[in-house]
Design a protein around this ligand. Structure first.
Ligand SMILES: [Zn+2]
Length: 288
């Protein structure tokens, strides 16, 4: 559990609705030293260098996956971390593409802080997105000296797979994702996809343990990462329900409240869902 305490998963709010781009064919990645990229990551001082580029085929789409380095911060991923990032993104995309026809686009992985080992790990990701356009996953990567290299790498892969689903969210449900009150499903569903990509991680442990103390104390709309349990349950019923739930969430910025999220969730779920969920997880509750 100590490991999870040092994780931070954050999805950056999209800058402004005006920057949402219309649907477009997947094209070349944007210039990572240009103004569009810099404004997307809210940083002027990046000195971006492309380290490697891969093509990923998902469903009938081909997207470009770039691994970048920031020479301003001296941040460059070691080769095994580059490989791990590619694997985690491909797995996350593969899992959701196996269940639903979705839109994908290009992804750039930008390390913002990379150190060799310290005693405490510091690994986190932030996803910067602009609607149906290239997604940028910024990563802090500081492995812990007290963990085995495989453990550090496993933490990293989980984070990248989680962030990769934030990209998928932005390409498919950008209006729903814009709302601050959407945090409960943003994080819960991203942890689900990361856990499906890497079973056996900390999130899986939460599911195995029933995460009962958290899940029974709070409604799902009042939690974020704790919602791994709820989304695991929903996915087990049918993966489609996870995508349908996200699509059914509020899209109107004027309606950015937990109450609106909860009302949409009530309308989406069958009437007996709270009872089924409670009996599956020792009294866990869905609604407030
Ligand atoms: Zn997240």
């Amino acid at each position: 559990m100590l490991v999870s305490a040092v994780f931070a998963f954050v999805v950056a709010a999209a800058p402004a609705p005006a920057l949402l781009l219309p649907a477009q064919p997947v094209g070349e990645p944007i210039d990572c030293n240009g103004p569009v990229f810099k404004s997307q990551i809210y940083r002027d001082d990046v000195e971006c260098r492309e380290v490697e580029r891969r093509k990923l085929s998902i469903q009938d789409q081909t997207v470009t996956l770039r691994i970048l380095a920031d020479d301003e911060e001296d941040a460059e991923l070691p080769p095994e971390y580059r490989e791990a990032a590619v694997e985690a993104i491909a797995r996350a995309f593969g899992i959701v593409a196996g269940e639903r026809k979705l839109n994908f686009h290009n992804v750039s992985v930008l390390p913002v802080e990379v150190y060799s080992q310290r005693r405490e790990a510091k690994m986190s990701g932030v996803t910067y997105w602009r609607g149906k356009s290239e997604c940028v996953i910024a990563l802090t990567v500081v492995p812990a000296s007290r963990f085995a290299p495989e453990t550090n790498l496993a933490m990293f892969k989980f984070i990248v797979a989680h962030e990769a689903f934030h990209c998928v969210q932005s390409w498919n449900w950008s209006h729903q994702l814009l709302l601050e009150s959407a945090n409960w499903w943003k994080e819960g569903s991203a942890d689900l996809v990361a856990m499906l990509a890497y079973p056996g991680t900390d999130a899986q442990m939460k599911v195995n343990l029933g995460h009962a103390d958290i899940a029974s104390a709070k409604a799902v709309t009042q939690m974020d990462y704790g919602n791994i349990l709820f989304f695991h349950w929903l996915w087990a019923q049918s993966p489609s329900k996870v995508f349908d739930l996200i699509a059914a969430m509020p899209r109107d910025p004027a309606n950015d409240t937990i109450e609106a999220q909860e009302a949409a969730l009530r309308a989406f779920l069958p009437g007996d869902a709270p009872q089924q969920y409670a009996s599956a997880y020792g009294g866990a509750k869905i609604f407030r």
